[in-house]
Design a protein. Sequence first.
Length: 95
Amino acid sequence: WIVFGSDVLIYLVCMFALLDDDTKLVLAPFYFLSVLVLVAATFKATTCNAADPNVLLHDSAGDQIHEAGENIPFCGLCNVFVHNRSKHCRVCNKC
């Protein structure tokens, strides 16, 4: 967040210093709107839990039900059946 905020401020100071007054008045609302959207998207991306839903269900409800005949992969590290597209992440240690 510190680097992100610094980048926004540096860009604001450097780029707006090069523009004339009329252009600043026209572009300033668009710039601040884009910064607000970027901050909201960054906040949402950094606060979401990207874990597989089956792992979350397994953690909260105990054992999960796995119906016979389903071809669902099993993660040996999480000890849970996961979705086909899920892979185990070494950084966050979950699928």
